[in-house]
Design a protein around this ligand. Sequence first.
Ligand code: A2P
Length: 286
Amino acid sequence: MIRMEYSITSQKKLRNGVRIPIIGLGTWLAKGKECTKAVLWALEEGYRHIDTASYYGNEQDIRKALERTEVPREDIFITSKLWNSEHGYESAFEAIDKSLQKLNLDYLDLYLIHWPVSGQRIETWKAMEKILEDGKARAIGVSNYMIKHLEEIFRAKKSGEISVIPVINQVEANPFMYREDLHDLCKKNEIQLEGYSPLARTQKFDNALLKKIAEELNKSPAQIMLRWGIQKDIVVIPKSTNHARIRENMDVFDFEISDENMEILDSLNEMHRVTTWDPKHDKMFN
Ligand code: A2P
């Protein structure tokens, strides 16, 4: 399938009509001036999508970049997330207000439940619906939701307890960590998959097959991993605070990975996780 039509300005239309740029800047572990600079560089290079979370502690740093850039607010897609300690109906309203205040924004483009912690998932989702209704977020979704968590949401929708389902599920996704069954379920329900740690935090750049494909296409392993995500219909949000690497990560639109090489990359899946989440107990490890 020819996908060369994609470019840095390409967007995916979500079920509710909102459009999300297919590539965004991840900001986990980016703090202070370094974070502000990274966001400014990204905007300068053409990124129009910035991903943050209250937990990252950098919303104020991103605000500084948004205040300095000449790119209009409405041209930038901004995501933030509700942290584990912010679950609950009333707490969710406080959480988004805090994020909006720190970012100095009237609305987010996307607000996500960061992790599916046990206890108040549906209550929190009801608050997300109100947040959407009130216009504080243009779209609402979830992050790190596995099949069982999505099924819980579908059941709540079916019973009339809630009125909408997420438009996005942001999960760890790269050739070494890909949940095809989850992606299939998302596709079936028009939930866009968004992949964080699309570079597996650099941990797999030395993989021989990945390197071989990168050499063949005259691209870096990072670019191959990102392009794999895009060709899988995954919105990718590589994190970098380095100007050259921010540029490198968006330079993934002048080539295509063949079906044969996509198959080789698919074969690299080993459920290699970079996060510290215990899926059995719905909580963080440690
Ligand atoms: P840095 O911020 O110094 O560029 P992921 O998005 O999978 O979580 O990976 C993030 C990590 O990958 C960060 O350590 C980041 O470091 C590094 N990184 C980002 N882009 C590249 C790249 N193009 N080449 C090498 N390392 C990269």
